[in-house]
Design a protein around this ligand. Structure first.
Ligand code: ATP
Ligand code: MG
Length: 185
């Protein structure tokens, strides 16, 4: 396929699979940008809260909330992402570990994040959330902020493509997080 031919034949980064409860297995280099990748409801923000300090996590939905009092307000995307990228740049300029908590499903959005880190000489880590569509839908149906089912379906489809591309995008490390039973077994 044409898409396959555009990629280098060998992946640049081998994916390391971890369970959701094994975030302690990640090796995060000092000052790294950690790019989360996954559809709505897959568990990115929950995982980030568990394994990183609150100041390390920069969330696009939190930026929506900061500019409009509503974390799900899609009408303020421009201003929210201006704040999102400003926070990322500021932290990375000062060598602080920074987690980019957004879906990051579009190739251009990941490219932009890579450029921000590389311009400051910072390492790059990608963390992809390989949860089945049913898990994403079920999880997000139980939370307060609801995303339409068709949006989650489209995002999950985009995620399958992203998962194939991530090993070729040049991260220093690539983790693929898999859901575990909720009792942690
Ligand atoms: N390991 C888990 N076990 C059970 N429930 C989980 C787990 N991780 C997340 N959840 C639940 O799933 C829902 C979605 O999780 P979360 O908000 O972290 O997803 P998200 O990937 O950040 O979604 P979005 O892209 O919409 O922000 C939440 O209600 C959360 O409590
Ligand atoms: Mg989230």
């Amino acid at each position: 396929m044409a898409e396959t031919l555009l990629q280098s034949p060998q992946p640049l980064t081998a994916a390391v699979r971890i369970g959701e409860g094994r975030g302690d297995r990640m090796q995060i280099p000092p000052g790294a940008l950690v790019v989360l990748v996954g559809p709505q409801g897959c568990g990115k923000s929950t995982f980030a809260r568990r394994w990183f300090r609150d100041t390390e996590v920069v969330s696009s939905d939190e930026c929506r909330r900061l500019v409009s009092d509503d974390a799900s307000n899609q009408e303020v995307s421009r201003e929210a992402f201006t704040v999102f990228y400003a926070l990322l740049r500021a932290r990375l300029t000062h060598g602080r570990v920074t987690v980019a908590d957004a879906t990051n499903l579009a190739p251009w959005s990941r490219q932009k994040l890579r450029q921000i880190a590389l311009a400051r000489g910072r390492p790059l880590v990608a963390v992809a959330f390989d949860a089945p569509l049913e898990t994403c839908l079920e999880r997000q149906s139980r939370r307060q902020r609801q995303v339409p089912v068709d949006v989650v379906e489209q995002s999950h489809h985009a995620f399958r493509q992203a998962l194939a591309e991530l090993p070729h995008e040049g991260y220093d490390r690539l983790y693929v997080v898999q859901p575990e039973a909720e009792d942690g077994s």
